[in-house]
Design a protein around this ligand. Structure first.
Ligand SMILES: [Zn+2]
Length: 189
């Protein structure tokens, strides 16, 4: 049954209130050596345009204010821009729950999977051909993936990559690279 318009308006107002709350706070600059670890939950980080663009390419939700990015089992991150400045914030489990309830209706199961599966798996599997994030944080390599190789350790994958580091890229978030079942069909092995 469709929600009546008044309840949609209420939800929209609540969402805007939550976004305003999440976007508040003194931003920590990415190049500030005194900052807490990169994307500490609940901390607003000022990021550069390439990081913003990277997460934008994997966003699954957006409105006119902000967008959200995150793998199925990973933490949710919210990004927004203000003129030439770009910001990101990793949501805490409580914030994630509120955000998902407002955006996906009352799909608590989805919300819970994002929270309880966080940091459980030390395998962060990426596909060579596509940008699937569904296997970021699993405990074993799925049997239907092929040509999977270890790229770096879990600890290395969590290491912050500064934008001026010529040896590493912020897009190399994974521990393992392979070919997902979908891409085996479209690209061959
Ligand atoms: Zn793929």
């Amino acid at each position: 049954m469709a929600s009546p318009p008044s309840s949609i308006r209420l939800r929209e107002a609540e969402l805007r209130g939550l976004l305003a709350e999440l976007m508040k706070g003194e931003p920590v600059r990415l190049d500030d050596s005194s900052k807490p670890p990169w994307f500490e939950p609940g901390i607003v980080c000022e990021v550069d345009e390439s990081i913003y663009a990277h997460f934008h390419s994997t966003s699954f939700w957006k409105n006119d204010i902000a967008f959200a990015s995150g793998a199925r089992f990973g933490p949710l991150r919210l990004f927004w821009r203000n003129g030439d400045a770009y910001f990101g914030r990793e949501l805490t489990p409580a914030e994630t729950l509120r955000f998902i309830q407002l955006n996906l209706g009352d799909n608590i199961q989805e919300a819970r999977s994002r929270i309880t599966c966080r940091d459980t798996g030390r395998i962060r599997l990426a596909c060579i051909h596509c940008d699937t994030g569904d296997y970021d944080g699993v405990n074993e390599i799925p049997a239907d993936w092929v040509d999977v190789d270890e790229f770096q350790s879990y600890e290395q994958s969590l290491d912050e990559v500064t934008p001026d580091d010529p040896t590493r890229s912020p897009t190399e978030w994974y521990t393992h690279l392979g070919v997902c079942p979908e891409c085996q069909r479209t690209h061959g092995r």
